[in-house]
Design a protein. Sequence first.
Length: 158
Amino acid sequence: MEYIELSGGACSDCVQAISNDDYSGMSDAVEGQVRAGVTRVTERGTGVTGLVVGVEKGFSREPCAVCGGLAGDRHEVGYLREEEEEADEPEADEPDEDDLVTSDDRNFYQYGKRVLVVDEEEDRDDAIRAYMDREQFWPDAWSISDHGNAHRIDLSGK
Ligand SMILES: [Zn+2]
């Protein structure tokens, strides 16, 4: 959760409404302004869960940050917002330098060096798996098309 303070602060009517959901003692006009202000702030963005009132700040000439009311005593006010979740990194669709890469399904390169040559009569995927088992390292393997697109080779053996 992230706390975002609203500059200007909240008037005593808004503090009463936010803290206690209490709109008593307000004229209809003021109550309408306060309700509209609370709604406006809480609908400010996704993940906004509500208003929080803080310490008293004293007199201010600025309008209330919630209802826009006239100058008066102010309390600190802000809202809580859930922090946006980091988007999951999409799975890389480009070979890393430690991956096995081929453009002819015969010659495989790793770190820019040819590390594996698959014989004509050998099954390509078996040869890759055998190589990785020998090296005790199982990176991804990629086949690069004539157009330069990398396709991950499925080595699950299915
Ligand atoms: Zn107010």
